[in-house]
Design a protein around this ligand. Structure first.
Ligand code: UDH
Length: 287
């Protein structure tokens, strides 16, 4: 398989030591410039060490988790270059064994972020035995690499201090932007609902699933969780959907039959780019 990570081992074939709990390469607070204009070609040039499809693992130790970063996507190319520029270095400093999956919704039907994330989970598992999934919007860039993008004892909300909201958690059950689930945690909630078309509600519904499944949402402290959002306008095809507000309230009832076990889609094509894997997918349209 092109781009599948190499087994971490020494030249003589013996196993590498496990990576330390805390990486020696961590810098702490980072300077992120969201106005930076950088082309994808320039970003490729920065990362000769990434394998095709956007895979990387540390050369000198065996990472503790195998992490798939899954991004919902449609027509945000300039965000993608910037995100890749900052995030490869961020993940590498954290000594992550990771692959990046950009799940692109085909066509012009109403956007469905949650369904794309379910597709990313299913498709990434066909590549490699990932055991941790980070679901990240393309416009959020963490400002501190002590915010380890990995999985914890409970599902984790990573972007709880975003500059756009003055670094404050808007409400207690906020669960949007960037979240981390182990494979088992995500299966336990049956993934996201597939029924949230347009903007809003799918993240709140997921919060309810987590609680209904007997888990809780963890967060890093608000200093380490500081993140920048790349400013943008609302995208056409992703208008607020009032139906989602109603749907949100039925998480507990719906989670058994609406999610990974009812997921249907058609892969249009898969591109193994140097810096990421792009999966263009037909996820249908609202009924
Ligand atoms: N996304 C796309 N393309 C789209 C819509 C959404 O790639 O057309 C993805 C992208 O990863 C994005 C995520 O879905 O980061 C979430 O969508 P969003 O950024 O529209 O949601 P957010 O809540 O912004 O961040 C809402 C609109 C803000 C308008 C602000 C006007 N000042």
């Amino acid at each position: 398989l092109p781009g599948s990570p190499l087994q971490a081992s020494n030249e003589d074939g013996s196993k590498l030591p496990a990576c330390p709990e805390e990486s020696p390469h961590i810098l702490g607070p980072l300077n992120i410039n969201v106005s930076l204009v950088i082309s994808i070609e320039e970003v490729v040039f920065v990362y000769p060490n990434v394998r095709p499809g956007g895979h990387f693992n540390p050369a000198d130790c065996e990472a503790r988790q195998r992490i798939a970063i899954v991004i919902p996507f449609r027509r945000r190319e300039w965000h993608l270059s910037l995100w890749l520029f900052y995030m490869h270095q961020f993940l590498q400093r954290q000594q992550a064994d990771y692959g990046i999956y950009v799940i692109e919704q085909h066509g012009n039907a109403t956007f469905n972020r949650a369904k794309l994330l379910n597709v990313g989970f299913a498709e990434a598992l066909k590549d490699y035995d990932y055991n941790c999934f980070i679901f990240s919007d393309i416009d959020i860039i963490p400002m501190d690499d002590r915010n380890y993008y990995r999985c914890y004892n409970n599902p984790r909300h990573m972007a709880n201090a975003v500059d756009k909201f003055k670094f404050k958690l808007l409400y207690n059950t906020l669960f949007g932007g960037v979240t981390a689930f182990s494979k088992t945690q995500f299966q336990k909630v049956n993934g996201f609902s597939n029924a949230f078309w347009g903007w809003g509600g799918e993240d709140d519904e997921m919060y309810s699933r987590v609680v209904a499944a007997g888990m809780r949402v963890e967060r890093p402290n608000s200093v380490m969780a500081r993140s920048k959002m790349i400013p943008h306008h609302r995208d056409p095809g992703n208008e607020t959907n009032k139906k989602n507000v109603v749907l949100m309230q039925y998480a507990r009832a719906n989670m058994k039959q609406d999610g990974l076990n009812s997921l249907q889609y058609k892969v249009v094509n898969i591109t193994r780019h140097h810096l990421y894997t792009r999966i263009c997918v037909d996820i249908g349209k609202p009924e």
